[in-house]
Design a protein around this ligand. Structure first.
Ligand code: F3S
Length: 775
């Protein structure tokens, strides 16, 4: 043997790689997982997956409820999916998109009342599964069987939909096509042999036509590998069909000068490499020419690079001699009188299926399936389209389902065409980006507000993604006050106006501030138009001062005075609210010309004075809490927000020097309400009234009799001041008490004046602040 030629198409096909990758991914997740049947026809791969924890079940009934079941690339029938659903398992669908396409064709044909014909091996799992997607399929293996069936049942006029097993034989398909075209009046013909298979078979034929022997690597139960062996035999080559390098015999190739190697779609790269190395190192003898470049991949599942230059040259030369044309989908010219079929649909279908795709082209396809890693797209050509999940959109807020649905149309941009695998990698987000540049341009010209997601923060400002286009927002246009961090805007959706577009420099500038300013002005106008006293709003606290809180009620800030924030006594607005709080407010008053709004926050229904008057009246007994001790008495809280005064003379049934001799702050005690001034909201309380024995007024003579005795204090309950029976003492004490009261009254008056002055000063400050222009 002098030369070994490795086929370009050797190695996993797209569908098999995808299935194996999905199985490996699933094995990494938690819980039980199994494949329904061996994932591919290769025991090495199956054993490896078993070591990773992926077991094999053979029927859907064997599935453990709650487990994950991986559907292999052959696909399954509708019934199987229904059983799995009943079993409560999670299905990981690794059905090859090309196989899925056949299921959909069959389902649609069945619903349209057409007779489905499947050309393929009756017992093959792919064919068995496909047949389950319609009611009465007819399965034939060869073109000859098809012809017999047509005439036996006089079916030439039956509406037929004919599909082919994805790994079917191209020559057989061509014969079927001719028969259908010649005899049938209503046959829809679907070339469903997958592109990877077409390529592989074409290459096998070409190699076999000039090689003396062919090594076909693949599982003995693999239909596509068997088919390759048959094709090689048909083209006159000696065939050595092996599963791996251990199947090679050193003497088998002695008499052959040129040996080709081809592998089935389920054969991992490392097995092909091993066979190639073994042949080169151990079997090749008397080598006169160097062998083609050795594959460089060393990892188990590395993708074998396309065949080396030498191979390409040889294959090119062999092209003319190849019995099977490369583009097997190209229709043969119909012979005269053959055109019994509907030419139009036939030609249209063929035209579509042989369409070539180019990188950068815009395509429209139908979403065939959605998996966690990709979206399969049916393009109506022999290629299997797919959009990797990260090529769908840049918007993290949008879910896959928001953008696309199975069965719906999707527009995408062709990123890469792999003719060997028959796949096309697509990107929706890149197409959208191109489309959106125009929209961005228009947004600037027409001053349209756009939405974007903040993706970056840098020295100069922020970067937003607006429909996939980067828009720079200078810090001054972010709406964030100077020197404050902007990071809280990251990953937030924002509205912005486009201010500058330079397509050649790929530069777009925007402003959030312009939009927020406009929105605020619009809101303010609406608020002023609808404002009225008593109207309620939910506003946001914008800032706090010592005298109140400024609240945004819709583009306009109003002020809640500290006294209007709470019914309870508070020292500062910060005791009740903080910046950013949303609070309910109502309009107390407003001045549209000056732009001033006074707001109330206290709920009138919770007015403590009302609570007090609902519960108590003069003479009622209440449990109170001492809140403040003064020289002239003690203030006590009767209900939250309402205090009364226990005058020093009403604290005990005897004279005391200071209230703290008897009371402490925080102490709870029973008192009697002895007076209520409803106008001034003043309440007089008495402890003494409860501890003193009620006395009947002594008769006038008794009163006189007691005169001259011990210094006895008699209280005039109406005036709340002590009255002494001894005139001298009475006068003396009366003067002292009067002095004390006068002093306290003066102190109180001073306090009130000071308080009033503070309030006035505060109000003036508020007014000044309110006159400041809005931000
Ligand atoms: Fe799919 Fe074709 Fe492979 S049908 S599994 S890509 S052989």
């Amino acid at each position: 043997m002098k030369q070994v030629i490795l086929g370009e198409t050797a190695g996993f096909c797209f569908g098999v790689r995808r299935a194996v990758d999905l199985a490996e991914e699933t094995a990494k997740s938690e819980g039980i997982c199994a494949t329904l049947g061996p994932i591919i026809h290769n025991r090495h791969v199956v054993e490896r997956l078993e070591r990773l924890g992926v077991s094999i079940i053979h029927t859907p009934e064997e599935a453990v409820p709650g487990s994950k079941v991986i559907i292999r690339s052959h696909g399954v029938g509708r019934e199987t999916l229904e059983i799995l659903a009943k079993q409560g398992v999670q299905v990981v669908d690794a059905t090859c998109p090309d196989v899925k396409k056949i299921h959909r064709i069959i389902e649609a044909a069945d619903q349209a009342g057409r007779q489905v014909v499947i050309v393929g091996e009756r017992e093959h799992p792919e064919v068995v599964a496909a047949a389950n997607w319609c009611k009465n399929p007819f399965v034939v293996e060869t073109a000859q069987d098809l012809e017999v069936w047509l005439f036996d049942g006089n079916r030439q006029e039956t509406p037929l939909s004919v599909v082919f097993q994805t790994t079917g034989d191209q020559e057989n398909m061509e014969r079927c096509r001719k028969i259908l075209k010649k005899w049938c009046t209503s046959a829809d013909f679907f070339d469903t042999i997958c592109r990877a298979t077409s390529k592989r078979q074409g290459e096998a034929a070409r190699l076999a036509s000039f090689c003396d022997a062919m090594v076909v690597i693949g599982g003995t139960n693999s239909a596509n590998s068997q088919r390759l062996a048959e094709i090689c035999q048909r083209h006159g080559a000696h065939v050595c069909f092996i599963e791996d390098a251990s199947g090679l015999r050193a003497d088998e190739f002695d008499e052959y000068d040129t040996v080709g190697i081809i592998a089935g779609a389920s054969t991992p790269a490392w097995i092909i490499k091993e066979v190639y190395q073994t042949m080169r190192d151990e079997i090749v003898t008397n080598t006169e020419e160097t062998l083609p470049t050795t594959p460089t991949e060393t990892q188990e599942d590395a993708v074998l690079q396309p065949a080396p230059e030498v191979v390409k040259e040889i294959v090119a030369e062999a092209d003319s001699a190849a019995a099977v044309p490369e583009e097997t989908a190209v229709p043969a010219e119909p012979a005269d009188g053959e055109s019994a079929m509907e030419d139009e649909s036939f030609e249209a279908m063929l035209e579509k299926s042989i369409k070539t795709l180019h990188t950068g082209e815009k395509v429209v396809g139908i979403v065939a399936a959605i998996t966690p890693t990709e979206i399969s797209v049916e393009l109506g050509t022999k290629h299997s389209g797919y959009i990797p999940i990260d090529e769908l959109t840049d918007d993290p807020e949008v879910s896959v389902e928001d953008l696309i649905q199975v069965g719906g149309e999707v527009e995408a941009y062709v990123m890469r065409v792999n003719d060997v695998e028959g796949t096309v990698m697509l990107s929706k987000k890149r197409l959208d980006t191109v489309k959106y540049w125009d929209e961005i341009d228009q947004a600037r010209d027409k001053r349209i507000v756009v939405e974007g997601i903040i993706t970056e923060e840098n020295k100069g400002g922020l970067v937003a993604k607006v429909k996939g286009v980067r828009v720079f927002i200078p810090a001054s246009q972010t709406g964030v006050p100077k020197d404050e961090p902007m990071s809280h805007l990251l990953r937030q959706k924002v509205k912005l106006r486009i201010t500058e577009v330079n397509q050649s420099r790929r530069r777009v500038v925007g402003s959030i501030r312009m939009v927020s300013g406009e929105e605020r002005r619009e809101k303010a106008e609406k608020t002023w138009n609808e404002i009225e006293v008593g109207k309620r709003y939910t506003g946001k606290v914008k800032s706090l001062t010592s005298y109140g809180a400024f609240v945004d009620i819709g583009g306009v800030d109003g002020m809640v005075h500290v006294s209007e924030l709470s019914w309870s006594r508070i020292k500062s607005p910060a005791d009740v609210v903080k910046v950013g709080d949303e609070i309910d407010v109502y309009i107390l008053s407003f001045d549209k010309e000056k732009g001033k709004i006074s707001l109330g926050h206290k709920d009138p229904d919770l007015n403590p004075w009302k609570t007090f008057t609902d519960q108590y009246e003069k003479g009622s007994v209440a449990k109170v809490r001492i809140v403040k001790l003064m020289p002239f008495g003690a203030f006590a809280e009767i209900v939250p927000g309402v205090d009364g005064l226990i005058h020093i003379s009403q604290i005990a049934d005897r004279r005391i020097g200071r209230p703290n001799e008897f009371l402490t702050e925080g102490q709870e005690i029973d008192v009697q309400i002895i007076d209520i001034d409803y106008d001034k909201k003043n309440i007089s309380l008495s402890i003494r009234a409860l501890v003193e024995e009620p006395k009947e007024a002594p008769p006038a003579d008794e009163f006189e009799e007691s005169a001259g005795g011990e210094d006895e204090i008699v209280y005039d309950t109406d005036v709340n001041k002590p009255v002494y029976d001894d005139e001298e003492v009475s006068e003396e004490v009366g003067e002292a008490v009067a002095e004390e009261i006068a002093l306290e009254t003066a102190e109180k008056a001073v306090e009130e004046v000071v308080a009033e002055e503070i309030v006035e000063a505060a109000e003036e400050a508020v007014e000044e602040a309110a006159e400041e222009p809005e931000a």
